[in-house]
Ligand binder design. Structure first.
Ligand SMILES: Cc1cc2nc3c(=O)[nH]c(=O)nc-3n(C[C@H](O)[C@H](O)[C@H](O)COP(=O)(O)OP(=O)(O)OC[C@H]3O[C@@H](n4cnc5c(N)ncnc54)[C@H](O)[C@@H]3O)c2cc1C
Length: 309
């Protein structure tokens, strides 16, 4: 109930217009978002790299409503890739096709994402197509498979969500292509017709998808903070003789930092997804929906910090 309310609020632009200047909300966001500019995001990446953690930079923002916005987002991604290359950072990028104009027209989305991928290819870098709600699954996977992957096999990857009933079929499709997949649980509220309503089923489906990707896929990104699943990945890798450089763990900026560092110390690869930008509200609400206890936790910290000043 609380989760669905928070996810509902995440889609209300008018509420964001109201909270974006409220200091308390901005402080909450700063736990999960690496500032509003490329400079603050790169500084966060430098700190992660110093701990042996790689990054994927995400310029926050979802569906754009004008061509100019889509092209501007594309330009900012080119700048991010340039800066990563100049500073020799261990980082790639994550993009949402709707932020690059896909909802305005498929042609525009494709043109802008290809500009980003051309630049990624120039630097031997990589762009991950984030997965949005189930309304976009087919479009995203079809665009990926038929229009992008053939030209950029080493520079583009997709995301699959274990909450969706279709996902094991998509895993098989991805394994046949030998493309890079990030497997996550899925952050969107979905109807039971397409997604498992029970978390136990989502988790079971995650483990099955992860096993298949680890054994037959191409360098999967295991994106979760779920320790049981992370331990299962380590166990499975040992059992099947899968070397630790054939997959990577991925987590979100600001979530389970202790576990991120521990995983690196154990000799596994760890990539942190680093979101930044002014459009932080829907992202923050999705993170709070995943763990409503965060609201009390962060509110407590903010009050403590305010009193200790
Ligand atoms: C690198 C990365 C990329 C992602 N990309 C996408 C994407 O493209 N599309 C998409 O739909 N979703 C994406 N997600 C989000 C994902 O789908 C889940 O919503 C999110 O990761 C929470 O699920 P979980 O696997 O951590 O498991 P859960 O079962 O939700 O959580 C397991 C444990 O992790 C901890 N935890 C989880 N979330 C939080 C939090 N917000 N704050 C504090 N602790 C927490 C808690 O201890 C919890 O008990 C991504 C996640 C990651 C890590």
């Amino acid at each position: 109930m609380l989760r669905s309310s928070l996810l509902y609020l995440s889609r209300q632009q008018r509420i964001f217009d109201f909270v974006k200047n409220v200091g308390f909300a901005r402080k909450m966001a700063s736990r999960f978002v690496a500032g509003e500019t490329i400079a603050t995001a790169l500084a966060a990446v430098e700190q992660l790299n110093a701990k042996g953690i790689t990054a994927s930079l995400d310029l926050l923002g979802e569906s754009v409503s004008s061509e100019a916005e889509a092209r501007d987002t594309g330009r900012q991604y080119l700048e991010i890739l340039d800066r990563i290359e100049q500073k020799k950072l261990q980082a790639n990028v994550s993009v949402k096709l709707t932020a690059l104009g896909q909802d305005i027209s498929d042609e525009l989305g494709l043109e802008v994402v290809r500009q980003v991928l051309d630049r990624a290819k120039q630097y031997n870098s990589f762009a991950r197509l984030d997965m949005e709600s189930s309304a976009y699954t087919d479009r995203t996977l079809d665009t990926f498979e038929h229009k992008l992957y053939p030209d950029y096999p080493a520079n583009v990857g997709v995301v699959l969500q274990s909450s969706l009933r279709r996902t094991l079929d998509d895993v098989e499709r991805a394994n046949r292509l030998k493309c890079r997949v990030r497997i996550c649980k899925g952050a969107y509220l979905e109807p039971a017709t397409v997604a498992f309503p029970d978390k136990a089923d989502v988790d079971r489906n995650y483990v099955e998808a992860m096993h298949r990707l680890m054994e037959h896929g191409n360098y999967p990104g295991i994106a979760t903070h779920d320790e049981l699943i992370i331990n299962e990945a380590k166990r499975f890798a040992k059992e099947r003789g899968i070397a630790s450089d054939r997959f990577e763990f991925q987590m979100l900026y600001g979530v389970r930092r202790d576990l991120q560092e521990q995983i690196v110390k154990e000799g596994y690869r760890m990539r942190v997804y680093v979101p930044f930008g002014s459009q932080w509200y829907p992202y923050l609400m999705r993170r709070l929906a995943e763990r409503p206890a965060n609201i009390a936790f962060m509110a407590g910290n903010i009050v403590k910090e305010s009193f200790s000043r």
